[in-house]
Structure formats: C-alpha cells, structure tokens
Design a protein around this ligand. Structure first.
Ligand code: C5P
Length: 201
C-alpha cells in the first residue's frame, strides 16, 4: 500500500524539519526534492550544462557535502526554472512517492505537479522576515559569514523566482492544508502537520 504526503512551501519555512518529523512519526520514507535541484545547481556551477546534469544525476551527487550553501541554493533556483531540468527529475520523484510503505516528499511543486493525487497535502509558510532570520542563524551556526540584510534579499529573490516561473511555480495546491509557522514552535508546527495528515487517513 502506498500513501503520499506532499509538503510544499518557500525556503526556510520549516518544511525540512516538519517533513523529517512527519516521516518518522508515520514510519514513511522521506525525499527532500530540493536536494535534486541543488545537486544540479552545484554541477552547473562546476561547469556542467544543466539539462545534461539533471539527466545524468546519480545518488552520489545528492551526497555531495557542499549542497547547503547560499550559492548552490541560488544556482538551484535558476536551473529549476528550466522546463527540461524539471522534466528530467519527474520519474524519480513519482517512483519514490509510490513506494510501498508510504512516502513524504517536500519541495515546491509536489502537491501541484509531481503528485497531484497525493493523499495528504500541506503548504508550509512563514513571513519572509521570519524565514530569513532562521536561515541567517543556521548559516552563522555553520560558520558561514553573512548579514541579515543579504539573507533577506536572497530569500526574497529566490521566492520571486520560484513563484514567478512559468513551469511549476511555487503555489499551494487547491486542496492543501496551509500551516503558517511564523509564530509556532517546532513542536507546535510538527503537531499541526501530523494532525492534518491524520485527518486525511
Ligand atoms: O528546498 P530547497 O531550498 O533546498 O530548494 C532549492 C531550490 O530548488 C528552490 O529555491 C527551488 O527553486 C528549487 N526546487 C524546485 N522544486 C522542488 C524543490 C526545489 O523548484 N520541488
């Protein structure tokens, strides 16, 4: 039996944390689809043509340890606007979604394009300021030198590109449950997500 949970939303809204906790709660497998685009973005920064990089993507590319930098995030969002890059990554994501035992996929277009038939759909958001503040703290903790204004500008730039592209723009599916984490603790956000999935079961 397969059961798919689609979790979409902008950068640093809490999708990753919520997705991992929801997957652990239900004993489901989890795929962070942003990693696919980050891996393609990283290969493009290293000189590869984006569509070729997406077509030839391997599991090893997803384990590169420099995928969490702001430069790779911006490169990911640029290559993610290319229709042929997105198309090359569809089958892998759909196969993952339909694996036996249940799956959580988080990204930008899971509920709208990749798995419109997902049994549960969440859209996790927070204000740009709250998201930039969280990302700023994460980057500082990793020892990456930056300032809040730069992170906020980066966040807004990536939002605009992700929401404005013609192919699979970031938006909530009509039947997604929206969770705004701006004023929620991690535990509260996770509890809200689990409750929403329980409703769909
Ligand atoms: O989620 P994360 O910040 O790792 O995603 C990096 C970029 O990859 C996003 O800004 C977005 O442009 C792209 N992406 C996407 N579709 C997804 C997941 C990520 O376009 N399903």
């Amino acid at each position: 039996m397969s059961f798919t949970i689609a979790i979409d939303g902008p950068a640093a809204a809490g999708k990753g944390t919520i997705s991992r906790a929801v997957a652990a709660h239900f004993g489901f497998a989890h795929l962070d689809t942003g990693l696919l685009y980050r891996a393609v973005g990283a290969r493009h920064l290293a000189g590869a043509e984006p569509v070729a990089a997406a077509t030839q993507l391997t599991a090893a590319d997803l384990e590169a340890d420099d995928l969490r930098t702001p430069e790779v995030a911006q490169a990911a969002s640029r290559v993610a606007a290319i229709g042929a890059v997105r198309a090359a990554l569809v089958d892998f994501q759909r196969a993952f979604a339909r694996r036996a035992g249940g799956a959580v996929l988080d990204g930008r277009d899971i509920g709208t394009v990749i798995c419109p038939e997902a049994e549960a759909k969440l859209f996790v958001t927070a204000s740009p300021e709250v998201r930039a503040e969280r990302r700023y703290r994460e980057l500082r903790e990793k020892g990456i030198e930056t300032d809040f204004a730069t992170v906020l500008a980066d966040t807004r730039e990536r939002d605009a590109r992700d929401m404005g592209r013609t192919d699979a723009p970031l938006r909530p599916a009509d039947d997604a449950v929206e969770i705004d984490t701006s004023h929620l603790s991690i535990d509260e956000a996770v509890a809200a997500a689990i409750a929403a999935v329980d409703q769909a079961m």
